[in-house]
Design a binder for this molecule. Structure first.
Ligand code: AVJ
Ligand code: FE
Length: 440
């Protein structure tokens, strides 16, 4: 369950910081130096930017804000401020060279671990329950996911390998379940390291709906393509149709048609698109069009969270679909343990009380919802984490993916991106309205 003992939280913060740095090191040592400073896509920073930005954020929050220290290198702050320079400009900045960036991040980390040991986990909002340390571990893991996206976009042979998920017996359950209408508690006021946009806990009335028990698969999506999905305007939102026509899109990112079958580029190798895996690298517009073609729709964010957290037996919102216990490799595909989603229907131990699978891990799931603040939202500790992104420009994704570490993944965790984006590890499941009188 939720850890509240300060010693346990301190141990947990230490473990999360160390795990993040192990992953950062792997992602920034598995390619040659010139690859760290190269721009692999205008959508992404050079890997060496992420590395020094990770150190700079840690310095700002753990050394300056928590411990009151002076800036170590005030002249570099601007270079690593994500709002000062768009990603496409970052390669031309006078960035710290790889060895220097590594040394800077390591020096910050050494001091931050001392601060971790000497800071009471109470007495200020930033340090209560070790929030700032948890936030910084999450921040590093978020950039580790960003760097994994850069690795997938990068041309050339594989730099990263991981074992594939264990093959799963075919899923014998129903394709959808009814989530009975009624109120539930959305968001959290008790999860110690939940970020500002997940707060506060509040009631939502959610009418009855049906939701897919598993994510939409590549085989499902291929049927949409084969049925002319990308050629028929009627399935597409107006801006989605513009995106399809303007860019000549005909399949998910990284796919190509060859010899009568779909192939895809996946971390430096080319493979036949695996039919049973959740579809990956689709934009919100593609997910929305598929759902319309299938006679369905995307779930709203509140529907997704109710399906993932509400336990009808106790009428309580849980931390995860399986309960309050932390994720394990048996429950969810998280943490870059594998570099792909597991086949749809995997992880029986992670299913929700109503039998919905893979809500946590595998692929991020697009929802129909715009990224908006919850009632009672307060920006904390900085407006640029969430507040500046609220409005109509971003759609919410839920549930995390194989690329996401467990410290940055919860039933309440909210991710967001532009609806045209598809370099992220995004998939989806579909939903439909139910008659309010329908009983399970
Ligand atoms: C929550 C994934 C949208 O990468 O833009 C990292 C996370 N914020 N550094 C992003 C984040 C600041 C953020 N997302
Ligand atoms: Fe960042």
């Amino acid at each position: 369950g939720t850890v509240s003992d300060p010693d346990a939280l301190r141990q947990r913060a230490l473990a999360a910081l160390l795990a993040a740095r192990d992953r950062t090191s792997l992602l920034t040592t598995c390619v040659e130096e010139p690859e760290l400073t190269a721009q692999h896509s205008p959508l992404m920073s050079p890997l060496v930017w992420d590395l020094a930005h990770i150190g700079n954020q840690e310095e700002m929050w753990l050394l300056r804000a928590v411990a009151g220290r002076d800036a170590m290198r005030p002249e570099i702050d601007g270079l690593y401020d994500a709002f000062e320079h768009p990603r496409s400009e970052r390669p031309s900045l006078p960035l710290l060279a790889p060895a220097e960036a590594r040394r800077y991040a390591a020096e910050v980390r050494g001091r931050a671990l001392d601060v971790l040991q000497s800071t009471p986990f109470r007495g200020s909002p930033l340090t209560d329950a070790g929030f700032a340390f948890g936030m910084i571990a999450q921040h590093e893991q978020q950039h580790d996911e960003t760097m994994l996206i850069t690795h997938q976009l990068r041309a050339g042979p594989t730099a990263l390998t991981a074992p594939d998920p264990a093959p799963a017996p075919p899923f014998g359950g129903p394709s959808e379940v009814l989530v009975p209408g009624g109120p539930f508690t959305m968001g959290t006021s008790t999860e110690p390291w939940a970020l500002d946009n997940e707060r506060p806990a509040h009631h939502r009335l959610v009418p009855s709906f049906y939701i897919d028990t598993t994510p939409v698969t590549n085989a499902d999506y291929e049927r949409f393509i084969a049925d002319g999905g990308y050629e028929e305007q009627r399935w597409w939102a107006a801006a989605g149709w513009d995106m399809v026509r303007g860019n000549g899109l005909s399949a998910p990112l990284f796919w190509r048609r060859e010899g009568g079958q779909w192939l895809r580029r996946h971390f430096g190798t080319v493979e036949a698109v695996p039919p049973d895996e959740p579809v990956l690298h689709v934009s919100w517009y593609e997910a929305d069009a598929y759902a319309r073609w299938a006679g369905r729709r995307l779930p709203s964010e509140e529907e997704w969270e109710k399906a993932a957290r509400h336990d009808p037996a106790t009428d309580r919102s849980m931390r995860y679909p399986w309960g309050d216990a932390d994720p394990t490799p048996e429950r969810a595909n998280l943490g870059q343990r594998h570099l792909r989603p597991a086949p749809a229907g995997s992880y029986p131990e992670g299913e929700s009380p109503l039998g919905v699978r893979q809500l946590i891990g595998d692929v991020w799931e697009w929802t129909s919802s715009d990224f908006l603040p919850y009632p009672g939202f307060a920006a904390f500790p900085y407006r640029e984490y969430s507040d500046v992104f609220f409005g109509g420009d971003y759609k919410v994704l839920r549930g995390g993916a194989f690329s996401v570490d467990e410290v940055a993944c919860r039933g309440t965790f909210r991710n967001w991106d532009h609806p045209v984006r598809r370099q992220i590890f995004s998939g989806f499941r579909t939903a439909r309205d139910a008659n309010p009188t329908e009983a399970p």
